[in-house]
Design a binder for this molecule. Structure first.
Ligand code: FES
Length: 113
């Protein structure tokens, strides 16, 4: 688990934020009192999900072609993306967000660089 250099109190509901955690790009999304973390790279054409992405309920929509990924299981609910994005464990202690990027909770493959 590594610090995401983000504070819970500064995350705005409905506004995804990209952070790097141990070299892994992570999209953080505040959903109510929770923070969700998925790999920031869209599984379709490697666009940043946090870059202009819209949040719909428990999903983040890629701003390039519109696939929406569930923030818990990483699966796309719409084309053109067909593969899930990795999801990560998040903890928040004293306002500090920590993300474990060593493994994907949903078993999804990390994108190739
Ligand atoms: S790059 Fe995200 S849907 Fe195409």
């Amino acid at each position: 688990m590594s610090e995401a250099h983000a504070r819970f109190s500064r995350l705005e509901e409905g506004r995804p934020v990209r952070v790097d955690v141990d070299g892994v790009p992570v999209c953080l999304v505040r959903v109510g009192g929770d923070v969700k973390a998925v790999h920031d790279t869209c599984s379709h054409q490697q666009w940043s999900l946090a870059d202009g992405g819209a949040v719909w309920g428990n999903g983040v929509e890629c701003s390039l072609h519109g696939s929406t990924f569930d923030l818990d299981d990483g699966r796309p609910s719409s084309l053109p993306a067909m593969k899930p994005v990795p999801t990560f464990a998040v903890t928040v202690v004293d306002d500090i967000i920590t993300v474990d990027t060593t493994t994907a909770l949903n078993g999804a493959a990390f994108p190739a660089h």
